[in-house]
Design a protein around this ligand. Structure first.
Ligand code: ZN
Length: 257
């Protein structure tokens, strides 16, 4: 196997991330409209003019077109460049963590679904079941190939789903949505039950901080309107990549001082 320069790996991962981010935009928007992400060419959402390939280059086209459709000058959604750049950055982080190995490619697939779930929930306060199911399949496969005990993963899936199912039934769907049950299960199937707790802890901590900041800035009247999916995904991502390091750090520094 050829050895690649670590910086070259990061740059390559970021370029792949830009392209996957572009695909994710199509997947997210077409799932929302209820059309297939595989069939048909991309068209302008406003004038429905087909988008030529040179106007469809990730990030570059958005800059060249100054965020406008070439034909009708309608403003293009900021979702396009944000998801593309976001995916590029996250893919570079993943490549840094797993190095120039096959694990990085597998981790790209898992990460891609995480981003899809987070962006969709942030925009429409909804978690598509299909996204969570694909995330569960990718996550479980990755963890199983990494020799995580299948019992741990099965228990993680059950614990993650039950955690939200309980809240869903207790609150009759007011605290969490039914989509959280599937997403909780998916995250458990990736992390196993041991790291699931850490993911939930991070999600609630960051979510609470975010809600407090919004309340202070008076951007939001109540914290109930904030989608929880993106925080759940963030907690899962951090626990997945650095779970053991975070736990070790916590016990060494935060707890006994
Ligand atoms: Zn247009």
């Amino acid at each position: 196997m050829v050895t690649l320069d670590p910086l070259a790996v990061l740059v390559l991962a970021a370029v792949v991330g830009l392209m996957f981010g572009s695909f994710l935009n199509v997947l997210i928007l077409r799932t929302h409209k209820g059309t297939s992400p595989w069939k048909g060419r991309s068209v302008c959402m406003h004038c429905h003019h087909p988008i030529r390939w040179f106007d469809n280059i990730p990030l570059v086209s958005f800059i060249v077109l100054r965020g406008q459709c070439r034909h009708c000058q309608a403003k293009l959604s900021w979702q396009y460049p944000l998801v593309e750049v976001g995916t590029a950055v996250v893919f570079a982080i993943v490549a840094h963590r797993f190095g120039a190995t096959w694990w990085t490619l597998g981790a790209f697939a898992v990460t891609m679904m995480m981003i899809a779930v987070a962006v969709y929930d942030a925009r429409w306060s909804l978690l598509p079941d299909s996204f969570s199911i694909v995330l569960a399949v990718f996550g479980f496969t990755f963890a199983a190939l990494a020799k995580m005990p299948l019992v741990d993963l099965g228990l993680g899936l059950l614990a993650g789903a039950s955690f939200f199912a309980l809240q869903f039934f207790l609150s009759r769907g007011r605290w969490v949505g039914s989509g959280d049950i599937l997403l909780g299960g998916a995250i458990g199937a990736l992390l196993g039950w041991r790291m699931l707790g850490l993911a939930l802890f991070i999600a609630y901590m960051v979510g609470a901080i975010f809600a407090s900041v919004l309340l202070i800035l008076r951007r939001q009247k109540t914290s109930s309107a904030i989608s929880f999916g993106p925080f759940l995904v963030l907690g899962a991502f951090l626990s997945w990549l650095w779970g053991q390091q975070i736990v070790d750090w916590y016990f060494n520094h935060a707890l006994f001082r």
